[in-house]
Design a protein around this ligand. Structure first.
Ligand SMILES: Nc1nc2c(c(=O)[nH]1)N(C=O)[C@@H](CNc1ccc(C(=O)N[C@@H](CCC(=O)O)C(=O)O)cc1)CN2
Ligand SMILES: Nc1ncnc2c1ncn2[C@@H]1O[C@H](COP(=O)(O)OP(=O)(O)OP(=O)(O)O)[C@@H](O)[C@H]1O
Length: 197
């Protein structure tokens, strides 16, 4: 399957997940994330504001606030397909101009410099065991990550979003850790670790 076919198929699969299973798995995933050292050692966390059938990021944002962490959310620049991150403290700072996404209003938010970010949670539809991903197809995160070698990256996904191998191109950048409801995968080292099960 090419990337477009994968996108289409996994959007369909995600939309057919029952509310009950979705919630059960999400809570297991959050627990794994919040006990991972990437989370505990990070003060400034980049995360999207989820929409539709994406992994619900609201509980992650609220946990970060509760722990006194800084939440940085992305704003797209569709002209050059770049991302800028802004500090998110309050829902009043959100606006929706582009593609139905909830984005920060730059007039109401402080900009976060990438070099200050500790951990970036990367969205995606399908992932493989090496950390390669297929996202919504804008290439925003690959472009962004191509300039940020040192940033810790993690992705949350359901087990059903994991496949053995994805087609990838030279510009694709794998995420460091994948967290599912069952396990976390240190994808960069290609070794699985079930320490948090
Ligand atoms: N919640 C959430 N926010 C996110 C992402 C995400 O996956 N989830 N992104 C993850 O990357 C970025 C936005 N990703 C996008 C990926 C593709 C298109 C897209 O297909 N745009 C079309 C059509 C635009 C239009 O109709 O206006 C295009 O560019 O041709 C848009 C945004 C940043 N914010
Ligand atoms: N670093 C880059 N430099 C130039 N073009 C890029 C780069 N990364 C991705 N692209 C281009 O962006 C488009 C979308 O890329 P891709 O299919 O990998 O997106 P995606 O990873 O699914 O989306 P996203 O990162 O927004 O979640 C492709 O045409 C790809 O060639």
């Amino acid at each position: 399957m090419d990337k477009d076919a994968l996108r289409k198929e996994w959007k369909r699969r995600l939309s057919s997940l029952s509310e009950e299973k979705r919630n059960e798995w999400l809570h297991q995933m959050y627990d794994k994330l919040f006990s991972h050292e990437y989370w505990t050692s990070s003060q400034i966390i980049g995360v999207t504001v989820s929409i539709g059938n994406e992994i619900d990021t609201r509980p992650i944002i609220e946990q970060a606030w509760k722990e006194g962490k800084v939440v940085a959310i992305p704003k797209c620049n569709p002209i050059n397909k770049s991302l800028s991150f802004y500090q998110f403290n309050d829902d009043d700072q959100l606006e929706s101009h582009y593609f139905g996404l909830k984005e920060p209003n730059p007039d109401l938010c402080e900009k976060i410099h990438v070099s200050d970010m500790d951990l970036l949670l990367v969205p995606g539809l399908v992932f493989d065991h090496s950390g390669y991903r297929v996202g919504h197809g804008g290439g925003y995160y690959d472009r962004f990550l191509s300039k940020e070698n040192d940033l810790l990256t993690a992705a949350l996904c359901f087990e059903m979003q994991l496949v053995e191998n994805l087609p990838h191109e030279r510009h694709d950048i794998p995420v460091g850790v994948i967290i599912t409801s069952d396990k976390w995968i240190e994808s960069r080292k290609k070794s699985e670790n079930n320490r948090f099960q």
